[in-house]
Write a protein that binds this ligand. Structure first.
Ligand SMILES: [Zn+2]
Length: 81
């Protein structure tokens, strides 16, 4: 299994009140959302969202950037309020 597969289920594991970091095995509360798109499997306007804690936001952005998938990183609260 690729790391992309193992990460892609992340946001679905969140509860109603807390958003947990998408990084596997991390239980920290997410503070960032990373918007990305894989042109091989998604239409250009589609956005997948990973959420990340402060510690892992940079790691995930780097991961997506290296694969040409990264679009945007936004504070989590801005998208919801
Ligand atoms: Zn984390």
């Amino acid at each position: 299994m690729s790391i992309l597969d193992s990460l892609s289920g992340g946001p679905e594991a969140t509860g109603p009140d807390r958003t947990i970091c998408s990084r596997k095995a991390c239980r920290a509360e997410a503070e960032w959302q990373l918007l990305w798109n894989n042109p091989k499997i998604h239409t250009p306007d589609r956005r997948k969202i990973w959420v990340a804690c402060d510690e892992h936001a940079g790691w995930l952005q780097e991961f997506l950037t290296q694969r040409g998938l990264w679009k945007e990183t936004l504070p989590l609260n801005d998208g919801e309020r």
